[in-house]
Design a protein around this ligand. Structure first.
Ligand SMILES: [Zn+2]
Length: 381
């Protein structure tokens, strides 16, 4: 931890402006105490980790985070404290909120409200995140979570990349108003924020995303939002998407050769098409597609198969059709429904005849669909 009380009850905050020497001198003359449990603390001043306070080994103040703090957490917290001190009227470091027995890393006065800021370096269960959020909601506070940049993102030099995101990271993907998703992380060693935005779901835990960074010095409050992707970015995202689509189709064909039972293949068989001949209008990244864990090829083919069974066209479907269709999938029902509706709209707008699997087999809808999602000025004639 970076805060302590003196014997007189005065708050001490460790910042990077204090020299190691002055802190070593100070600890000879003073004692420091935990603001929460009031036990005496050790002021650690070393060369590898930034100066910080720690409890003695036998302390019972275990769950108040201090001993579990990594060097990255201490450094990031200290940098974020300085950052918010410059950009907002008031910041509290490690304040204890007695009503909910929680201690956010920072409490920032942001606009006219107090915002708890958590800099999360270790992977914790999403139920613990929800539980902490529930505490803040009780105080009418909306917390901001900043996640430590994973190495796979930090070391990538590509503008557009295909990567896997753990369910912990997926939990922190946010939707921003211009119809884009964003994952914001912070890397203390390089003093940079890393943005993934937009993020397009490919399959399972694999995503294609644009990769942007912003130095801490250029960051603002509220945080900068990523710009809309350029046409070049969208073309590149479309290439990543198409490559994942081809990979998926090759994989299911390999399943077939091994005789593995698969819904997608069964639907292909019933519609008498080979997976490699899947028309280009099946497997497109429509708005909300990330609601499905499956590849777009898979849920959209099953959707088309289900519509064909009704002998109707996509614009003749009623609500109960959609509700019945999504029952076979895991995910938030409202999100699944929205994705199906987007796909139905796509089929209608493109005037696709779903009973003709031999039409539009090799068009490229992916770039067009992504442009529609991300380019505000995009207009179709
Ligand atoms: Zn304590």
């Amino acid at each position: 931890m970076l805060t302590a009380h003196t014997a007189e009850g005065e708050l001490v905050i460790l910042t990077r402006s204090q020299s190691l020497e002055s802190l070593r001198e100070r600890r000879k003359q003073e004692s420091f105490y935990c603001p929460q449990c009031k036990e005496q603390l050790i002021l650690k001043v070393g060369d590898l980790v930034i100066p910080h306070f720690a409890h003695y080994q036998q302390s019972s103040c275990r769950n108040s985070f201090s001993e579990g703090e990594s060097p990255a957490h201490l450094l990031g917290k200290s940098q974020l404290y300085e950052f918010f001190s410059h950009h907002t009227p008031a910041v509290k470091l490690e304040p204890f909120l007695p009503d909910i027995q929680q201690r956010p890393d920072l409490l920032v006065v942001w606009g006219d409200t107090e915002v708890p800021v958590e800099f999360q370096c270790s992977t914790i269960s999403t139920s613990l995140v929800r539980q902490r959020n529930a505490g803040y909601y009780l105080l009418n506070m909306l917390p901001v979570w900043i996640i430590l940049t994973p190495q796979s993102i930090q070391t990538s030099t590509a503008d557009i990349l295909t990567l896997r995101l753990s369910s912990f990271l997926q939990f922190f993907i946010r939707q921003i108003p211009n119809r884009m998703s964003v994952l914001l992380t912070y890397h203390p060693q390089s003093e940079r924020f890393y943005y993934l935005s937009p993020i397009i779901h490919l399959q399972g835990s694999t995503y294609a995303a644009r990769h942007l960074t912003l130095s801490l010095h250029k960051q603002t409050v509220p945080f900068s939002l990523p710009s809309s992707p350029s046409q070049t970015d969208i073309r590149e995202l479309a290439l990543h998407y198409q490559s994942a689509r081809r990979k998926y189709l090759r994989t299911v064909i390999a399943y077939n050769q091994k005789g593995i039972h698969n819904q997608f293949l069964r639907a292909c068989y019933e519609m008498r098409i080979q997976p490699v001949q899947l028309p280009a209008w099946i497997g497109v990244p429509v708005q909300g597609q990330e609601a499905f864990r499956q590849s777009d090829c898979e849920w959209q083919l099953l959707f088309v198969a289900a519509v064909r069974e009704t002998r109707k066209s996509p614009d003749q479907l009623n609500t109960s059709f959609f509700h019945t269709f999504i029952k076979q999938f895991d995910g938030e029902p409202d999100d699944l429904l929205a994705a199906c509706r987007s796909y139905g709209d796509f089929l209608r707008e493109e005037r696709i005849d779903i009973y003709r699997m031999d039409r539009f087999t090799d068009g490229d809808f992916v770039y067009e669909v992504l442009s529609g999602r991300f380019l505000a000025m995009y207009a179709k004639n």
